[in-house]
Design a protein. Structure first.
Length: 96
């Protein structure tokens, strides 16, 4: 994924979590959190840096062939299965 808007515009990373209309991307939107110690969970207190969620409209899929952000379209192949394609090139998106 590539960030297309905001303070981290142009940076790339992989999606760690999805929550409703927000995504957490690895290494993007780093925030400083002041965490209290918790004896029950065995967590120490302190200042922790971690990724925060950002809105899904601020990220786009990265097309490695064009080396740019791209949009996705859907088409039905010869076998009758739906597949995702890049809008700019028409190539099939590789699934992970």
């Amino acid at each position: 994924m590539v960030v297309i808007a905001g303070k981290d515009k142009g940076k790339q990373g992989t999606i760690l979590a999805v929550k409703a209309d927000r995504v957490k991307v690895e290494g993007i939107n780093i925030v400083t959190k002041h965490q209290k110690p918790n004896q029950m969970l065995g967590k120490e207190g302190g200042i922790v840096k971690q990724e925060a969620f950002l809105h899904i409209s601020n990220v786009a899929i990265y097309n490695a062939n064009t080396q740019k952000a791209d949009r996705i379209a859907y088409q039905v192949n010869e076998d009758g299965k739906k597949e995702r394609i890049y809008r700019s090139t028409g190539e099939v998106v590789a699934t992970a």
